[in-house]
Design a protein around this ligand. Structure first.
Ligand SMILES: [Cu+2]
Length: 66
């Protein structure tokens, strides 16, 4: 489980964009996003760095919490 904080994710459109970026990095990843707390939780076998990069390439800042 990768637990990211994406502070610049501010609306439903951002959520969709971030989710798409995560799925693009790993199509079998399970992603759970809570807009209120800017939390993006990802279940994947791939390393967190892969998702940090994907989120960044989508135009957002993913800060790894754990
Ligand atoms: Cu937005």
């Amino acid at each position: 489980m990768h637990d990211f904080k994406v502070s610049d994710m501010t609306c439903g459109h951002c959520v969709a964009t971030v989710e798409k970026a995560v799925k693009g990095a790993d199509s079998s990843a399970k992603v759970n996003i809570d807009l209120g707390s800017h939390a993006v939780k990802i279940e994947s076998q791939k390393p967190a760095a892969v998702f940090a990069k994907a989120i960044e390439e989508a135009g957002y800042t993913g800060e790894l919490r754990s």
